[in-house]
Design a binder for this molecule. Structure first.
Ligand SMILES: [Cu+2]
Length: 141
């Protein structure tokens, strides 16, 4: 029953959803491989580190076009982070959930959405659309 619900929601989405689905499924395994495995870099872009602005805020832009790019973002702990999600095509990622830091953002095509937080601990913050299909991660060092 759940899969039917997901299918319906997906069909209601933008046609770009198909691209999102196709790349989201294999991304599950390849995204985990990417840290230690070079071949996966073909499918998943290389991780990008946030840059620190003069105010001491780590900033980065994640482009949203049926997927998150870069899919892996690196930040340092104990320093405020501002990630701007620049959405061209959110596909089915209207809602993006960051479980570890207990935050949720809402994306809209043609708009920029800023996620703000200060990472307290090193680790990986996995995030995904509400259906857990389009995924990304923020690695805290
Ligand atoms: Cu989704």
């Amino acid at each position: 029953m759940k899969s039917i619900g997901v299918l319906v929601v997906c069909l209601l989405g933008i046609s770009g959803f198909l691209i999102g689905c196709a790349s989201a499924a294999p991304a599950d395994t390849s995204a985990q491989d990417v840290e230690g495995d070079k071949p996966a870099a073909k499918k998943v872009e290389a991780p990008v580190a946030a840059t620190t602005n003069p105010e001491g805020v780590q900033t980065a832009v994640v482009a949203v076009d049926g997927k998150f790019s870069p899919a892996v973002l690196h930040v340092k702990k104990g320093q405020p982070v501002e990630v701007t999600f620049d959405t061209k095509n959110r596909s089915c990622a209207e809602t993006v959930i960051f479980k570890v830091i207990d935050q949720t953002i809402h994306l809209k095509d043609g708009e920029k959405t800023v996620l703000k937080f200060t990472p307290k601990d090193a680790g990986t913050i996995d995030y995904a659309c509400s259906m857990d299909m389009i995924k990304g991660k923020i690695v805290v060092e």
